[in-house]
Design a protein around this ligand. Structure first.
Ligand SMILES: [Zn+2]
Length: 495
């Protein structure tokens, strides 16, 4: 039996002005054919998990095309169309396939393509016919009905930080093999809730998601249930698919089960709020023991599509006369200047270059360490085994601590990126983490505590400040209407 593997993966932040181009996919991950299987085997990614499961089930994995880019602005139309064309051509040219496993994000937005994930499945279906197609989705997927219809089964992550990517990939492969061998297909149902939530309120170990994931797990434990997901969605993608989704694939009664789970989500909607403090309050917290304190730069979340050059917390740490901090700042021009400058010490403005929103630049000064092209291997729980390139790096030993200036945007999903440039976050007093929850995969093991800061960026916690131009309406909590909310609850409860 042969199972084709592929996908096009990105979390798109439509509020980030910089479009995502084919170069961004090339720079992060773009595999074709046999290189896909060779490049992703043994990694803690969805397709890495699918490859491992394929070997276990004596199924031949056939690499088609997989492209992934770091979260950023809307994907360029030509980039998507080119990758999709190659993916479809490779599927057509491959020896006959018995099924497909696709790693899709679910919150990708492409210029001119309103539902690129559903379109990807449909385009493959058009050349391959009715073979079983299993799709893995990010926890932040904004799933619409077209994708739920097009794919035979959807396997959404159930963790945030996302540490179950490989497990979901293995699960998708096993379900596809089961469908290919038996000919059976599950009954499936998607409920789209009129509910908007922000990343830092979606942690898997904390209420309300802890309870909702427990309910999802209870569903999954039923032998009649093939797959079940509660997907909170991604608030920073302006699409008509925006919002929370619940999905169930089962031997029978998928709609009833999905509606029950959705009613639980709706009942807990008010719990999706997490407290934030101002940058000065966050910096003050960093001075007091125990250490290290993680200062969470919520809105400049690199993994959510923000650039990673926001300086609000650097200025606040300087005002608080804090020392011993560690912060990563994306600033290719500052890296170039640091590499061109002579001497063991330098002074230069860093960060705040991508948008006035992210600034003003921070005046860094102190001894500098220079690194040529840096790449590292992820060894933690998040995409383990994946090689990541940071470009050239300069580390300035500023009065507030070590400022790691990088040529490429770096996500805080691991602490390997700091070890690669001789920075020891474990012994820092404060770690500035440009993310909402994903940083926990890197630092939660030794962080004494975390403070969530209200900073500027493209992933703000206050969604009413985003200025959506087009989105579904009404949407809780932006629209509050008790009568409408009661109607939604009644509709969800009706089985
Ligand atoms: Zn995600």
């Amino acid at each position: 039996m042969r199972i084709g593997l592929g996908g096009i993966w990105q979390e798109t932040n439509t509020f980030a002005p910089r479009p995502t181009t084919l170069d961004d996919f090339r720079r992060y991950q773009l595999f074709e054919g046999a290189d896909l299987v060779a490049g992703l085997a043994g990694t803690g990614t969805e397709l890495g998990g699918a490859i491992a499961a394929a070997r276990e089930h004596r199924v031949q994995p056939v690499g088609l095309l997989f492209g992934a880019a770091l979260p950023a602005g809307t994907v360029d139309r030509g980039a998507f169309e080119g990758m999709l064309r190659t993916l479809v051509e490779r599927a057509r040219a491959a020896p006959p396939l018995d099924g497909l496993v696709l790693s899709l994000h679910g919150a990708m937005v492409v210029d001119g393509h309103p539902d690129p994930e559903a379109e990807t499945v449909a385009a493959l279906r058009a050349v391959l016919g009715e073979l079983p197609i299993g799709v893995t989705l990010d926890y932040h997927a904004n799933v619409g009905p077209a994708l739920a219809r097009a794919a035979d089964v959807l396997c959404g992550y159930r963790s945030y930080p996302h540490v179950d990517m490989a497990e979901r990939g293995a699960e998708a492969l096993e379900l596809v093999v089961r469908m290919a061998r038996s000919g059976a297909r599950p009954d499936r149902h998607l409920v789209k809730l009129p509910l908007l939530t922000v990343p830092h309120a979606q942690e898997d170990a904390v209420a309300p998601m802890r309870h909702l994931l427990a309910a999802t797990d209870a569903l999954r434990a039923d032998p009649d249930v093939w797959a079940a997901s509660a997907l909170p969605g991604f608030a920073y993608a302006e699409t008509d698919r925006l919002g929370f989704a619940v999905y169930v694939a089962a031997r029978a009664r998928a709609a009833e089960r999905a509606r029950e789970l959705a009613a639980l989500v709706w009942a807990r909607r008010a719990e999706f709020a997490a407290p934030l403090v101002g940058p000065d309050q966050a910096a003050a917290a960093a001075i007091a023991a125990p250490h290290p304190v993680v200062l969470v730069d919520v809105a400049d979340n690199v993994g959510g599509g923000s650039p990673g050059d926001g300086t609000a917390l650097l200025h606040a740490l300087a005002r608080a006369r804090a020392t011993g901090a560690v912060a990563v700042i994306w600033d290719p021009a500052a890296v170039a200047r640091a590499h061109e400058a002579a001497g063991a010490s330098l002074a230069l403005p860093v960060g705040g270059h991508s948008d006035p929103l992210m600034g003003p630049p921070y005046p860094a000064a102190g001894p500098v360490r220079r690194y040529g092209e840096v790449s590292y291997l992820r060894t933690g729980s998040y995409m383990r085994g994946q090689r990541v390139r940071m470009g050239r790096v300069a580390v300035v030993e500023d009065r507030i601590g070590e400022l790691v200036l990088t040529e490429r945007r770096v996500v805080p999903f691991d602490d390997d990126h700091l070890a690669a440039v001789d920075v020891r976050p474990r012994s820092a007093r404060a770690i500035v983490a440009k993310g909402a929850i994903a940083w926990k995969a890197a630092f939660a093991g030794y962080a004494a505590r975390a403070v969530y800061a209200r900073t500027p960026g493209y992933c703000p916690a206050a969604v009413d400040q985003l200025g959506y131009r087009s989105r579904p309406e009404p949407l809780y909590p932006l629209e509050r209407d008790p009568r409408w909310e009661a109607e939604v609850a009644a509709a969800l409860a009706a089985t």
